[in-house]
Design a protein around this ligand. Structure first.
Ligand code: NAP
Length: 411
């Protein structure tokens, strides 16, 4: 029997699977890669033998494994990579859509694994590597079913590893973060859209697309897979890259409220956190200057007023000292809300556009609200909150249009 290591990788038509198949073949593996179509993978992966499989179908899986065994006589490594994502809130997702996703991402892995295990046991050796995800250990709002399938894979992989170690077989799960592939284009959209989730869903979709575009290359994931397949003592989990390792540690050791807030910020959901946590609170303003579309700079200089987060009207309201409304911002028009500690002086325009600047001026507490007025013009409001007396907090609000920020900077 040939001593050449034989690897079977699912889903090599694109992305991470394709990078894994290419790297393994360059490192001396005889690689069988699965694809449902035939076009792209054949052209791009000359040293990879293509085998048809649909991981949702047991007969297809058995036939794929038989083909590899007939041709190569053994399977040393199975890489379960095939998968896709489903976008939509959990209420918008039908049970059928959820079952279909699990059929590929989770039961597909079970089918492939069960089909090779018997032969690996006979060989008294084998490596199984499952492609999990960062969202296998953190929540993924608006991709909840995908997230659940990757969480399931975590428990499955680790349990299986304990069961098959006695046969010389090791199981590892790889946890990539955002990776530049076609996963977003290949994703499915939940079929029962509800308007109430549209804003959150769109925010998350935008944030995920941006993060994927800025993500690591599939080769980075492939290198970790190679490590797991060739290491003398493979680990059960491989977070990929410094960011995922950091999040993994944060998940274990950081207070859950801190982790929760970081996640929402990353996904542009902070606004919901902020409006909920401030809802119905009233902050007395020592002094504020109202924003107007015309960029009015000091509409009410020196006036004491009140700031209200009103969950019912879904507005942030600024009242003048007599209690009458001065101006308000609709929650829907707010696209960022950042609460930071700082001793930032009033009228420093830079802080309006640089929340990081706020962090460097730690002491007092500022809330920055970025919003569009009904005409679509962008504004930022900074509200200074005095936490010492939360019930009758003193705040200063400064409002400037984007245009007047630039004008101030020019001066
Ligand atoms: N990209 C990321 O940011 C990221 C992050 C963490 C984890 N991951 C995971 O990495 C894996 C690969 O994803 P990717 O980013 O490379 O996405 P991709 O470019 O869309 O590739 C997905 C692959 O899975 C295959 N596939 C889907 N359904 C299948 C089925 N029923 N049977 C057989 N093959 C099937 C596809 O083959 P067809 O051409 O036949 O459809 C394709 O080759 C997935 O498990 C994904 O969850 C990705």
């Amino acid at each position: 029997m040939s001593q050449e290591k034989v690897a079977l990788v699912t889903g090599v038509s694109s992305g991470i699977g394709r990078a894994i198949a290419g790297l393994l073949s360059r490192h001396g593996f005889r690689v069988f890669g699965t694809a449902r179509g035939n076009g792209g993978a054949k052209r791009a992966l000359e040293n990879v033998e293509l085998v048809h499989v649909d991981v949702r179908n047991e007969e297809s899986v058995d036939s794929c494994v038989r083909t590899v065994l007939d041709r190569a006589g053994r399977i040393d490594a199975l890489v379960n990579n095939a998968g896709y994502t489903l976008i939509g809130s959990l209420e918008e997702t039908t049970i059928e859509e959820a079952k279909q996703l699990f059929d590929t991402n989770f039961f597909g892995v079970l089918r492939m694994t069960q089909a090779v295990l018997r032969f690996m046991r006979d060989q008294r050796s084998g490596r199984i590597v499952n492609i999990g995800s960062l969202v296998g250990f953190v929540p993924a709002p608006y991709q909840g079913i995908y997230c659940a399938s990757k969480h399931a894979l975590e428990g499955y992989s680790e349990s299986l590893d304990h069961e098959v170690r006695q046969f010389g077989i090791h199981v590892s799960i790889i946890e990539p973060g955002f990776t530049r592939t076609n996963i977003a284009q290949n994703s499915q959209i939940a079929g029962r859209p509800l308007q109430v989730y549209a804003d959150g869903r769109n925010r998350v979709l935008e944030a995920v697309s941006q993060n994927i575009a800025k993500g690591g290359t599939p080769l980075v994931v492939a290198e970790v897979v190679l490590d797991a397949l060739t290491s003398q003592s493979p680990r059960s989990r491989y977070p990929v890259g410094p960011e995922v390792k950091f999040v993994s540690r944060l998940r274990k050791f950081a207070p859950s409220s801190l982790f929760d807030r970081g996640l929402r910020r990353q996904l542009a959901l902070l606004i919901i956190f902020a409006t909920k946590s401030f809802a119905a609170e009233r902050f007395a303003c020592a002094e504020y200057f109202a924003a107007t579309p015309a960029g009015q700079k000091k509409a009410e200089a020196g006036v004491k007023g009140t700031l209200i987060f009103d969950q019912y009207s879904k507005k942030v309201e600024f009242l003048n000292p007599k209690g009458t409304p001065a101006f308000s911002i609709n929650y829907d028009e707010i696209h960022a809300m950042q609460y930071e500690k700082t001793n930032q002086p009033r009228y420093v325009a830079a802080v309006v556009i640089s929340p990081a600047f706020l962090l460097t001026r730690s002491k007092k507490h500022y809330l920055t609200i970025e919003y569009n007025d009904p005409s679509g013009e962008a504004h930022s409001v900074i509200v200074r909150l005095n936490k010492k007396n939360a019930r009758a907090a003193v705040a200063t609000a400064t409002a400037q249009t984007s245009k007047s920020v630039e004008q101030i900077e020019e001066k």
